[in-house]
Design a protein around this ligand. Sequence first.
Ligand code: NAP
Length: 276
Amino acid sequence: MSRTGKGNLKARYGTWALVTGASSGIGREFARELAAAGLNVVLVARRRTELETLTAELKARHGVDCVVHALDLGNGDSVGFLEAATADVDIGLVVAAAGYGTSGAFLDADVPDELRMIEVNCRAVTELTHVFARRFAARGRGGIVLMSSLVAFQGVPRAATYAATKGFIQVFAEGIRRELKPHGVDVIASAPGPIQSGFGERANMSMGMSQGPEVVAKATLAALGRRGTVRPGWLGKLLEASLAPLPRWGRTRIMQQVMAGMTPTTGKKATDSVRR
Ligand SMILES: NC(=O)c1ccc[n+]([C@@H]2O[C@H](COP(=O)([O-])OP(=O)(O)OC[C@H]3O[C@@H](n4cnc5c(N)ncnc54)[C@H](OP(=O)(O)O)[C@@H]3O)[C@@H](O)[C@H]2O)c1
């Protein structure tokens, strides 16, 4: 068995994990995988009802403990609240899956919405990572999973700001991985291609061919501690393999064509309303 296979996540990182974005999609699947491995989970997202439904499921199926924090990570004080609220919980693994995308012509962008996305996708992730990296370094072990994307590796016309947030996460993860390794802390960037979740509706992107969110959770946890970046699922690997031989400008031109097919040029723009 690998050093960090599902069977020994608990032995390696301890009994508690924290998952942001646990109310839907990829984050919810991480929570399910971690609970299946016997870890108790702190669940974070805005929608309390979804988090409580997941709590009931995880307790019934796996007999683990769950704690719910219904928080908007776009709010500047949310990570400070989480830090205080979890001060007495020996969390050893953090999955920062909360995030969303936007799409469309940059000239038509709703700038406050773009800035809110940067707050959630970058500012909150940086702050959360700092809080737990320090705790993990102090206890001499820990794991940090950050959500990058296939779009993180080149500019993406019609999703320029979203791709830039994921480029930030990818580069951030690569840097802190080397810094935290001597402290016993594993860091991984998970960079999937299109995944079925709430993402497409929120980003106003038609996802077309996509894979289920469970492939992301399984592949990422299997690679944690062994690799710095994982590309979960055959679809993401195939798309990356077809982009890899191209120079960066060529990748961006291909992404322009891909995004032209995925993002409507007219029609209703998705809002950031909380889906209750
Ligand atoms: N789906 C894909 O194709 C894909 C590909 C590559 C990377 N990713 C990345 O994977 C991550 C998870 O996305 P997903 O596909 O699972 O989408 P999803 O199903 O829409 O899930 C997004 C999660 O983030 C939470 N969230 C969003 N805004 C939040 C806020 N302000 N405060 C707290 N929580 C917030 C949502 O919860 P609430 O709405 O309850 O707050 C939800 O739990 C994102 O970082 C995304 O960029 C997705």
